[in-house]
Design a protein around this ligand. Structure first.
Ligand code: ADP
Ligand code: MG
Length: 139
């Protein structure tokens, strides 16, 4: 079953704009099961660690500052083929290029503040899930 999870975060702007309910509705409507969920806030150090694969990219500093700027929702989602299915539900990185009906199209602000995170592989989903949740916090 572990191959069938993905990790999402509702990013600070979407949380602040009260988009959490709409996003969770779209997630559950699409057939994902919530395995774990919490409201939390990343420190700058934690955001740097979460996004360390992007260290060196021109947007890394901006991304770390943004992701540590306010509360977020972190959640583990389960579904068959979860990583790919969730990437399809959230849409392209840039909300302006995301397909109609996707979470980023409907809730994203710009390419940085794009409403949600979604894991990009089963391997990273497992790493990212463990970043936020212990085994006893998963149901
Ligand atoms: P995704 O979140 O779609 O997997 P990436 O992994 O490439 O996209 O990038 C991680 C996050 O970094 C994006 O979700 C977005 O918040 C931010 N980001 C990506 N590209 C840019 C960019 N060109 N300018 C500003 N922020 C960006
Ligand atoms: Mg990514």
């Amino acid at each position: 079953m572990s191959a069938n999870i993905t990790l999402t975060m509702i990013k600070p702007t979407a949380f602040k704009n009260n988009c959490t309910g709409k996003i969770l509705y779209k997630i559950t409507e699409a057939g994902f099961r919530v395995v774990a969920m919490k409201v939390t806030k990343l420190s700058k150090e934690e955001a740097m660690k979460f996004y360390e694969v992007h260290a060196g990219r021109p947007f890394y500093g901006e991304l770390v500052d943004f992701m540590s700027s306010g509360p977020i929702v972190a959640a583990i989602l389960e579904k068959e083929n979860a990583v790919e299915a969730y990437r399809e539900l959230i849409g392209a990185t840039n909300p302006a290029e995301a397909a109609e009906g996707t979470i980023r199209k409907e809730c994203g602000t710009n390419i940085g503040e794009n409403a949600v995170h979604g894991s990009d592989s089963d391997e990273n989903a497992a790493i990212e899930a463990s970043f936020f949740f212990s085994q006893t916090e998963r149901f």
